[in-house]
Design a protein around this ligand. Structure first.
Ligand code: NMX
Ligand code: MLT
Length: 436
């Protein structure tokens, strides 16, 4: 059965569960809210629902119930590779089923029909100053594409129907995931390669084609596949996924919603941290002035950062309380890749891994002194020659599209309401505080 048909069946089977929970058990209490949470970024309040992924503070992410190693092991692999295709992962995220080779081939063929990006999108990006941040370019590219929205067209058709609205979200979502790597590669070549663009190779899967379009080696194909899958989803409360969900809850179409999500991803406490990590390392190396990095000078650099009131990029997390398994997956990729495991930058990042948790624990502020996904990702890009670190968050944004688009397809399928939490005033908090 084709992906959309399978999804239709899954959504229809799932709907009664959501309806029953709302109608029969709607008043069951699953959490309470403290003043600290109200002021402190709604941390840990259980108020979002998704079945696409779940983040356990100790274990890390599970995609559709599978850990990262289980996901990589279960999915059909790209030809000649130990890594799954992004296409197979997309099928899995949307349906929860491990696809057959034939189902993966169908998704790949479908993406080929969706890949072509209209020229006006490139014109809009080219019109920006060349020193605009690549995340601005990506966000503009997605916004420019909005006029293609099938969901917006359906909404404006006069035939809008909540029961089938998810189908046009699925269409937009599939267009976005198929096109975003093409836009990202265009931005890369525009900004860093003198606008020497490389055409799509229609014989390649998404990750391999991205590698080809940014002029990369064969080895980078697996980097792209791994990278996009690892960055795809991190349950629903993170800034990019939550923003996408929130904006789409107003029935803004997937283009508006994901451009908003990308704008959140561009924050230094979120996706921009991967660029900040490389910036931090380069600054550190500059100060070393040719000397060898040691545990002592790394410790000093970490304290200098903390004493300057800055955060150590790539460390800490709002939910995780252990090393991020996405960090571990990338570290293992480095360790098993000849050349990369002996690379000086990898060695330095490994030394930061040995040092930073102790320093952060002694500093005593962060609830999680362990590395997150961003602490390791730049090293791999750097090694393969993608040294333009302000591009790294764009790579995150290509991967995150998979999770955000799968989530809002299900949001519409299950008819989730417009998101509208209630705010209170400081005086109200003070009164509740005084009342105990
Ligand atoms: N370095 C220094 N201080 C930190 C760090 C860090 N890496 N992480 C947290 N803190 C501080 C934080 O600023 C806060 O200080 P204050 O009380 O003065 O406001 C205190 O520790 C408590 O924060 P937490 O409750 O541990 O963390 P929170 O949930 O608020 O924030 C992050 C989570 C991820 C925003 C935070 O750990 C951070 O800023 N990390 C560095 C940036 C980063 O790597 N972000 C990427 C996250 C993953 N991603 O890709 O999105
Ligand atoms: C993410 O992947 O979105 C980050 O780890 C941040 C988060 O989960 O809050």
């Amino acid at each position: 059965m084709a992906l959309k048909e399978t999804l239709k069946q899954k959504i229809e089977e799932h709907r009664p569960r959501t309806t029953k929970l709302t109608k029969e058990f709607g008043k069951v209490i699953i959490d309470q809210v403290t003043i600290e949470q109200c002021i402190g970024g709604a941390r840990d309040i259980r108020s979002l629902v998704t079945d696409i992924s779940y983040l356990d503070p100790q274990e890390g992410i599970r995609f559709r119930g599978k850990t990262i190693p289980e996901t990589f092991a279960a999915l059909p692999k790209a030809a000649g590779s130990a890594y799954p295709t992004v296409e197979s992962f997309w099928y899995f995220l949307l349906t929860g089923d491990v696809p057959t080779d034939a189902q993966v081939a169908e998704v790949a063929a479908e993406w080929k029909t969706r890949q072509a990006v209209p020229e006006y999108v490139f014109t809009a990006i080219r019109a920006l100053p060349r020193d605009s941040h690549p995340m601005v370019m990506l966000s503009v590219g997605i916004m420019a594409l909005q006029k293609e929205s099938k969901f917006a067209a359906f909404y404006n058709s006069g035939k809008f129907n909540k029961m089938v609205a998810w189908e046009s979200v699925y269409e937009d979502a599939s267009d976005i995931v198929a096109r975003i790597p093409i836009i990202a590669a265009f931005i890369y070549n525009l900004k860093y390669k003198g606008d020497k663009q490389i055409a799509i190779d229609p014989t390649l899967d998404m990750g391999a084609n991205f590698a080809h379009m940014i002029g990369q080696s064969d080895q980078y194909k697996d980097v792209a596949r791994m990278y996009f899958i690892l960055h795809s989803d991190h349950e629903s409360g993170n800034v990019s996924a939550h923003t996408t969900h929130l904006v789409h809850s107003a029935l803004s179409d997937p283009y508006y919603a994901y451009a908003a999500g990308l704008n959140g991803l561009a924050g230094p406490l979120h996706g921009l941290a991967n660029q900040e990590v490389l910036g931090w390392i380069m600054e550190f190396q500059k100060k070393l002035n040719g000397a060898e990095p040691t545990k002592e000078n790394v410790t000093k650099a970490l304290w200098d950062t903390l004493n300057a009131g800055q955060v150590v990029p790539g460390y800490g997390h709002a939910v995780l309380r252990k090393t991020d398994p996405r960090y571990t997956a990338q570290r293992e990729f480095c360790l098993k890749t000849p050349g990369l495991k002996d690379d000086p930058l990898f060695k330095l990042v490994a030394m930061i891994f040995e040092t930073a948790p102790g320093v952060l624990t002694e500093h005593g502020k962060t609830k999680n002194p362990w590395p997150n996904v961003d602490a390791q990702s730049g090293v791999i890009q750097w090694y393969y020659g993608v040294k333009e670190w302000d591009f790294y968050t764009v790579l995150f944004g290509v991967g995150r599209a998979l999770g955000c688009m799968a989530n809002i397809t299900w949001d519409r399928g299950l008819g989730y309401a417009i998101e509208r939490p209630k705010s209170v005033t400081t005086a109200m908090l003070e009164k509740w505080a005084a009342d105990g």
